[in-house]
Design a protein around this ligand. Sequence first.
Ligand SMILES: *[C@@H]1O[C@H](CO)[C@@H](O)[C@H](O)[C@H]1NC(C)=O
Ligand SMILES: *[C@@H]1O[C@H](CO)[C@@H](O)[C@H](O)[C@H]1NC(C)=O
Ligand SMILES: *[C@@H]1O[C@H](CO)[C@@H](O)[C@H](O)[C@H]1NC(C)=O
Ligand SMILES: *[C@@H]1O[C@H](CO)[C@@H](O)[C@H](O)[C@H]1NC(C)=O
Length: 254
Amino acid sequence: MSSSFHFLFTLPLWLSLILHSTTTTVSQTTAIAPAPPGPTNITKILEKSGQYTILLHLFHMTQIGDQINTQLNNSDQGVTVFAPTDNAFSALKSGSLNSLSDQEKVELVQFHVVPMFLSTSQFQTISNPLRTQAGDTARYKFPLNITTSGNQVNISTGVVDTTVANTIYSDGSLAVYQVDKVLLPMSMFGPPAPAPVPEKESKKSKADAGDDSPASDVGSSNADASGVGSLDRNLYGFVLGVTETIAFIGMFYL
Ligand SMILES: *[C@@H]1O[C@H](CO)[C@@H](O)[C@H](O)[C@H]1NC(C)=O
Ligand SMILES: *[C@@H]1O[C@H](CO)[C@@H](O)[C@H](O)[C@H]1NC(C)=O
Ligand SMILES: *[C@@H]1O[C@H](CO)[C@@H](O)[C@H](O)[C@H]1NC(C)=O
Ligand SMILES: *[C@@H]1O[C@H](CO)[C@@H](O)[C@H](O)[C@H]1NC(C)=O
């Protein structure tokens, strides 16, 4: 009984304390001009460049974008990404991507990621074949050779020859280089290894795989996005509501 009276009497005091701390927080926030830079984010870097929507889609679908961010945060080896442009993907024979299984899509993307930072000058002294995130560098698996002549950096997969077209980003930990061709690995696009290969490993199964996976991927990513969106909206609405209530009560008190 007495405690609730006590509460009623001190209510204005509480409100003024809340109001005061709210306004203080707001003015402090506006005083700090530049937002903290945050961790390196491969998605953000590629989004800014504007011509990597297909690679970004693949990064999202295979979750390799998140993996790269985690790797950057957790190891001091750094990461190098060879980023094919949308034009590079468009130049592929039609159906090249759709005929790949989900696992092969993961490997294709991993083939463009090297688990260490490589500056342009480090390309001069690289030892071939270079190990990518796709692993096995054997001749019919995922070999990647890099050679240089002057400032030109050549990349060869055994199926595709191309050059580094541009440095998109480099900070000593992450390097992102533009390539104008998709780096097609021998394991998926080269001639089959001459060693005895079981019959079911032949091209036929790939051609028949068809386009089943993309649809389900799109569906699940949409579901994720809307879930997060509504959570954000709810939180935003709640914060707005609380702020308005405090302001309204505060008007009468002051
Ligand atoms: C990276 O950026 C993208 C979009 O710019 C964002 O959706 C994602 O949450 C960010 N990831 C991290 C780890 O900050
Ligand atoms: C980065 O790593 C630290 C610990 O190593 C962890 O606490 C933090 O959550 C990580 N941040 C991101 C964005 O992954
Ligand atoms: C790089 O590739 C070009 C053709 O694109 C070729 O003429 C040149 O010899 C290659 N250089 C090296 C060092 O591999
Ligand atoms: C890559 O380099 C290795 C070692 O020099 C060589 O044996 C191999 O044939 C090269 N492969 C390609 C595809 O250039």
